[in-house]
Each structure stands twice: as structure tokens, then as C-alpha cells.
Design a protein around this ligand. Sequence first.
Ligand SMILES: [Zn+2]
Length: 314
Amino acid sequence: MPKPTGLTWLAPICVFAQAFGVFAGDGACSEEGALPGASHGPHEGMPMWDLSCMVWRIGKILDFEAQVRWIAEAGFEAISFHASPGKAGVWVGLEPAHLDTEERARVRELLSRFSVCEIHAPFDCELAAETPAPVLEKLEEVVQFAADVGADVVTVHADAPDAAKDAAPQSWNNALDRLNDFAGRAGVRIGIEFMTGFEWLVRPRREWIGATLDVGHMYLRDGAGYRPYGTIGDLVRFLGDSLLHVHVHDYDGNVDHIEVGTGRVDFDGFLRGLADIGYGGALCLEANPDRVTPDGIRRSADYLRQRARGLGLR
Ligand SMILES: [Zn+2]
């Protein structure tokens, strides 16, 4: 039986709290405000999303397989990693060009325990109004690699065309059509990580291409990413079924990729948006190892699970 929501009395407290800086961030007391442990009828009993952790570096652990083990032991159901070698001594990923068929099969086996696997394309493979052909070829190699190791989604950064324009340049549409065809044949979805320009996902909608929403980045430049849509939850609702994957970290006004719950991201509003659209993907924690300790990664996961329970998710 759904529990009563009855949160209308919260609004004056929010005004008070914002005026006197009671809460840490501007998002902590949003118009969609909620109390710890409060439940909301519409989402009661919905399953909690699987949590993923980005292989990067975890504390002092740099070895790829050791990180995978740590992530599984810490209770994450899903996993994410970069399709690039990383930076010596700083962070690691897997470079597709270094892995033959046999080694790809071994990676597939290593990752098979996870419910969802995301691969982050190299940062220098960015989609743009005019994406160079070698970048598209490299992205296709990454998508093929994802298929070979059994991954579900490839995240690609984009410097999107101006969304105020009526139509994207033909070269942008051609690039997305090409990637959509390739991804469909590989059976791997592509999540574009936009800073702005989410409108291009629906003009037109492509079956194998959607969004990877980086929630922390939406708060950069005073919330420039989400404010055109209203709240962070409104942005999620705008994306609807084009939302394929999410990156989760916090932002305190100075630095991003910090421990979840220590910055200004309105996680209640964000999670409520996900619940409203019936989001079926995973939540990937992208914690910068220079800013978040292994304990901080665990606390971030606990925080997300606790907030989701507060919305009535199980
Ligand atoms: Zn991200």
C-alpha cells in the first residue's frame, strides 16, 4: 500500500534553510525536496538501479583486474571502464588495439559477473559538427571492442552543434547515422555525453544512440547543463527513453567528481526523475581517485542506495 507523501510543509523549511545556508548545496533543498527516509507513493516498490563503478584508479590500486575485483567485492552490480591505456601510474583502462581475439574473450569472462558494462570511448574521440573520419573509424573500433567483450553501452563525448538552430549540419547527421548503423550491427548502444545539445537526440531519434547523462557536469557553470530544462529531474524527464546511462559524482562549486552527497547535486530530484521515466540502466559512479578514497566510493554507493530507498525504491 503506498505511503502518504504529505511533504507540503517542507517548502517553508526549504526557504528557511536556503536563507540561512543550512544545507550544503543549492540543490540539496530543491523544489522537489524530500526528507531522508520519506517515501513517495508513485515509486513505492520500484527496484533500485544497479550501481556501477568506473575503473580508473581506486586508492592505490592501479591494476585493472585488481580494480575489477575490488568493485565486485564492494557490492557494485555493474562496471565501467575506459577504452584507452590511461596514464602511467595515474589511471588505467584497456586499449582495444592491444587486445587480440583470445584476450578479448578473457576480458569478456572477467566482466561476465556484472549486469551492465559500459565502455568510455577515448577523450580524443569526440563527436562534433564535423567529426574527422579517423575519429569515426576509431569509435567504430571501440564499439566493436565493446561487442567483443560483451559490453552494453559505449559513452562518447560530444561538442554538439548549436541546439538553437533548426537543423544540425549534414555532417553531424551523417556521422550519427553511420554510428547508429554500426552500433545496431554490433548490438551495442552509444550514449552521447553532452554538455548541451540534448535536443539532437530527438531530432531525429536513432534506435541505437541515446544519452549518457553526466549529472555532476550538469552543475558546472552554475547549472548551465540542466537549467534550460528546469531542474535536474526535469532534464531527466526531457530525455525520457533516450537516456541510456548515467555518470554520477558530486560538484561543490569548485571541483567535480567528488564524493556523492558532499556537493550541490540534487540527488533526490535526479533519482525521482529517473524513477518517473522508468529508467532501466545503471548508475555509474565516476569518482576521481585524487578526490575520493575507497571508503568515499563505498559511502557514495551507500548514499545513493539510501536516497533511493527514501523515494520508496527497494
Ligand atoms: Zn562522465
